[in-house]
Ligand binder design. Structure first.
Ligand code: TXA
Ligand code: MG
Length: 339
C-alpha cells in the first residue's frame, strides 16, 4: 500500500510522537524522520532505507535551546556558528549525552545536529516536541530526493506519511562540520559553502586530507561517506573535456549494446550544443552554482530515466556550492568504477 502524501503538519507531528516514520521537506533535501529519542523508531529508519547501521543519523531541532539536553558543552566556536547559520544547511558534530540512543550515532560519542531553514520543517519539529533523527529520504546509496514524488518512488510503501512542501530550495545536503575537535573539520561539503564558514571561524581542516581545491579522493573519517553513493542506474562519466566522439565512449561503457548508435546524455552547468546528445539537462543558463544545486538531483534523475547508455558531466568549479556538487558527482560516478 502506498503511504499518504499530504500537507497535514499536525498529523505528521502526531505520527512522529507515536514512533512513526515521516518524510518531510527541508531546505536541502527531503528527510526521513523518526523520534530521535526512541531507538525503536530510529531502527525503523534504518530498515526502511536499508541503511547499514554504521552510518549515523543527523538529529534535527527547531531551536538551538533544544540541543542542551543532547549535546551540552558546546564550544564557543560552535556557538558562533549556530548564531550565524542556524536555521540553515549546517550540521554540527558535538559530544553527546546518554539521552541520544547509540543507534542514532552508530555508537559514536558524538551526535550530528542541525536546524533546517524551512518553515514547514520547523513547524513540524516544534509540534512533534521531540528531536527528530532524519537521513535523506532515499534508499541507501541512491539519489537524494528534492521533491515529495521522489520520496514516494523509493520509499512510498515503507513509511507512514510524506509531508509535501514542494521542491527543496538548496538541493544538496547540509554541510557537516565536526566541532568536537580542534581545528573544526569538514566531514561533508554541502549546502553552506566552506568559504562562508571560514569567513566566520577561520581555516577549517578538510576531513579527507585534501587541500582546498585539490581533487581526487582519500577516505573521509565520517562514517557513511562511502565512495559509492548517490548511485544512478545509468553509468556516469565525469570528464574535464568532452571528447568529439561521445558515442565511442558509450560503446566502451556498454559493449553489449545492440542496435543503433549508443544514446549519450549530458548533465551540464551551462547551455551546450545538444546535437551530439540524446538528452541534455542544463542546470543554470547563467552558470549560477546555487541554481545548479537546486536542480541537480532532479536533473540527474530525469537523465537516469531515459534509457541512455551513458551520462556525461564535467566537474563544477571547485568553489561555493560547486564543492558539494563535485562531491556528489564523484560519488555518483564511482558507482560504475569499472570504467
Ligand atoms: O541536509 C541534510 O543533512 C539532510 C536533511 C534531511 O537534513 N540529511 C542528510 O542525512 O543528508 P544523511 O543521513 O543522508 O547524511 C548524514 C551524514 C552522513 O555522512 C553521516 O555519516 C554524517 O552525517 N554523520 C552523522 N552523525 C555523525 C557523527 N556523529 N559523526 C560524524 N558524521 C556523522
Ligand atoms: Mg543521504
Amino acid at each position: 500500500m502506498m503511504c499518504l502524501t499530504g500537507t497535514d503538519v499536525e498529523h505528521a507531528a502526531r505520527l512522529l510522537r507515536d514512533g512513526g516514520l515521516v518524510a518531510f521537506p527541508t531546505e536541502t533535501v527531503y528527510g526521513l524522520g523518526a523520534n530521535a529519542l526512541s531507538a525503536t523508531a530510529v531502527a525503523r529508519v534504518f530498515e526502511a532505507k536499508e541503511r547499514p547501521r554504521f552510518d549515523p543519523l543527523i538529529v534535527h531541532v527547531h531551536e538551538a535551546a533544544q540541543i542542551e539536553r543532547l549535546a551540552p558543552g558546546v564550544p564557543d566556536q560552535a556557538r558562533v556558528l549556530i548564531e550565524r547559520f542556524w536555521p540553515g544547511p549546517l550540521t554540527l558534530v558535538l559530544p553527546k549525552t546518554d539521552l541520544v540512543p547509540d543507534l542514532v550515532t552508530s555508537a559514536l560519542p558524538t551526535v550530528a545536529l542541525r536546524s533546517p531553514d524551512h518553515a514547514i520543517a520547523l513547524e513540524l519539529l516544534r509540534r512533534a516536541g521531540v528531536p527528530v533523527a532524519a537521513p535523506s529520504a532515499n534508499l541507501f546509496g541512491r539519489l537524494s530526493p528534492t521533491e515529495a514524488a521522489h520520496v514516494a518512488e523509493q520509499l512510498g510503501d515503507r513509511i507512514d506519511y510524506i509531508l509535501d512542501g514542494g521542491p527543496c530550495r538548496v538541493g544538496v545536503e547540509s554541510t557537516v562540520l565536526d566541532v568536537s575537535r580542534e581545528p573544526a573539520t569538514l566531514l561533508r561539503p554541502g549546502g553552506l559553502p566552506l568559504e562562508e564558514i571560514e569567513a566566520v571561524i577561520g581555516p577549517v581542516a578538510l576531513g579527507d586530507g585534501r587541500e582546498p581545491g585539490e581533487s581526487g579522493g582519500r577516505p573521509t573519517p565520517s562514517p557513511g561517506m562511502l565512495p559509492h553513493h548517490y548511485a544512478p542506474t545509468t553509468p556516469l562519466l565525469v570528464v574535464a573535456e568532452i571528447a568529439a566522439d561521445v558515442q565511442k565512449l558509450a560503446a566502451a561503457v556498454s559493449p553489449g549494446h545492440a542496435g543503433g548508435a549508443p544514446r549519450v546524455g549530458l548533465l551540464s552547468l551551462t547551455p551546450e550544443d545538444p546535437s551530439r546528445f540524446a538528452a541534455v539537462e542544463t542546470l543554470s543558463p547563467t552558470g549560477d552554482l546555487r541554481e545548479a544545486a537546486a536542480g541537480f538531483f532532479a536533473a540527474l534523475r530525469r537523465l537516469d530515466q531515459q534509457q541512455l547508455e551513458l551520462m556525461i558531466a564535467r566537474p563544477f568549479p571547485e568553489e561555493g556550492l560547486g564543492r558539494a556538487l563535485n562531491d556528489r558527482l564523484r560519488r555518483a560516478a564511482a558507482a560504475h568504477t569499472e570504467l
